[in-house]
Design a protein around this ligand. Sequence first.
Ligand SMILES: [Zn+2]
Length: 349
Amino acid sequence: MKTNILSAVSIAFILAALALSPRTACCGDLGFGAGFAERAAVSIGYEPGDSALCATNAGYAGWKGSDTIKEIKPFAGKFGCSLGDGNLYNVHSSMGESPWFVVTVKSKDGSLRSVCGSVGDDGSIDVSKPVDVTLSKNLDYSAVKEACGNMSYSAVGYSNTWSAGAPWHLTQGALFHNHFCPGVTSGYIIAKWLLKNAPLEAGENYNIIGLPHWCKEDSLMSALDVTPGKGGYFAMRWTDEQKKALPEDVARDIAGFFIKVKRENRAFKSAKVLVLGFDFHKDEFFEWAGENKHPELSNLQLALWAFERLDRLDYFVRLIKEIEIADEKEYERLLAPGGAPFKLVGLYK
Ligand SMILES: [Zn+2]
């Protein structure tokens, strides 16, 4: 009896505490994810056990000042999409953007069909008809654009790279970059090359100058956790004059300066600077794939072609130059505004 009274008092106390606790502004369920998932499952003819990919910018996107993270929840129950299964893609976007959703189902013959959804200004959810997104020269990209609008490139890109078994670290870079492309693939390949050929030793960390910068920077940041905020990543533009001052082969494929910096008790000790080049082998690719009348689809095919050759790192990456810097002031000149990395490592003609 005593126990029952105590239990009743405890429950009443907990209920009172819950009633008094302030409601957080976070994470209301707006119903967009659930609404889309219900209608998309019917539209695409999803059967439990089908192989599905869910991609959404919910969580990053906002909605009239609210968070949208809860809109992702229904995709686990409805389509079996989860981070751990590698089939839930959370695509980076601005919190000023509205949420969008794509569900793709892979048929037994390997073909892919997607349903896309977006949220209108009035909160209504627009759900497309299913559309074939299987990447090939014959893909009807106009039909994809009609169904998926500005989600078309995501629908085709993420669906096909997922279907082809893209490595997760590469996919993470492409999610941060907010699309798949040869550029993010090149960053991933360079990251793998670095870890293999210039691994970090005790007291070392990577600094990177992306010069010239391209889509690779985002996947390098994702793969190596080297970021501008932590002081390790620098992206620079080059001018036509600077480009002309470089030897032709260097100007053609230079990817940047990849630096192993050694410190002891935070004090600079040395820097090993590796200037790397990256060759996309576009001639060989086009010989293999032929031209696609949609250049953006050619780009996706190039990304797929490259990551099928991931075990051939030296096929893509070359060491242009390697120098050691022992003087901290000289190292700082490499990174400082107005610095001239090409000149400092002796690359000008
Ligand atoms: Zn890109």
